[in-house]
Ligand binder design. Structure first.
Ligand code: SIN
Ligand code: FE2
Length: 219
């Protein structure tokens, strides 16, 4: 993967702001923008140890999103199912430790969204190349549904889909940009969500991809 560059964020425009998406669900626009460079540096270090890979789902489908993890456990998929695993199946080594800047951004964003005391032990690192997408799903492999999911977007913009508690509920479509954070918990914890096919482009901070971090209390 191309090395992330440290040129200023030419895409930055609006001041940080918050948008309510539902009960317990909030978009914090620009919340992580001032930490983006540090986050990307930490991501590079993590993926040097646990490289991005495309999991194969139990149904035999190779996911278009490339994934890695850091923290005490990582989200993995294989022919047997979906789970959190303390070891990276590619290397049989523990996942890289959660970088302090990850924990700091995730905790502060959760608090800003109304979830005090968030203590993520797992971070899924997603890389979307042009054409990649994530179909509507719920995050339900975590042990503690009392804690929110906190999602940080970096690089190319993507259309995020945020629905309700059933697959057929109406879906909000929001463009997430570099530095945006979405948190969903409480009554929205099991909301269906996904990401539309990533449009091609080049972002000054990441190049030709979008990176997303999702923080969870998994264990
Ligand atoms: C996810 O649902 O794991 C990722 C969401 C995103 O990429 O915005
Ligand atoms: Fe998810």
């Amino acid at each position: 993967m191309a090395t992330f560059s440290s040129v200023p964020d030419l895409f930055a425009h609006a001041e940080p702001s918050r948008v309510k998406l539902g009960h317990g669900a909030v978009l914090l626009r620009g919340f992580a923008r001032d930490k983006a460079e540090q986050l990307l540096e930490a991501i590079e270090n993590a993926i040097a140890v646990a490289p991005f890979r495309n999991f194969v789902t139990p149904g035999g489908h190779t996911m278009s999103v490339a994934m890695s993890n850091c923290g005490s456990a990582g989200w993995v998929a294989d022919r047997r199912g979906y789970r959190y695993d303390p070891l990276d199946p590619s290397t049989q080594m523990p996942w890289p430790a959660m970088p302090d800047v990850f924990t700091d951004v995730a905790r502060r964003a959760a608090a800003e969204a109304g979830f005090d005391g968030f203590a993520p032990d797992a971070c899924l690192i997603n890389r979307y190349d042009p054409g990649a997408r994530l179909t509507l799903h719920q995050d339900r492999n975590e042990r503690n549904f009392g804690a929110p999911i906190v999602s940080v977007s970096l690089g190319l913009p993507a259309k995020f889909l945020f629905g309700g508690l059933t697959r057929t509920d109406k879906v909000l479509r929001l463009v997430l940009e570099h530095g945006d954070v979405v948190a969903w918990g409480g009554p929205s914890r099991l909301a269906f969500h996904g990401v539309d096919v990533l449009k091609d482009g080049v972002h000054p901070a990441t190049g030709r991809c979008r990176i997303n971090l999702t923080f969870r209390e998994a264990l």
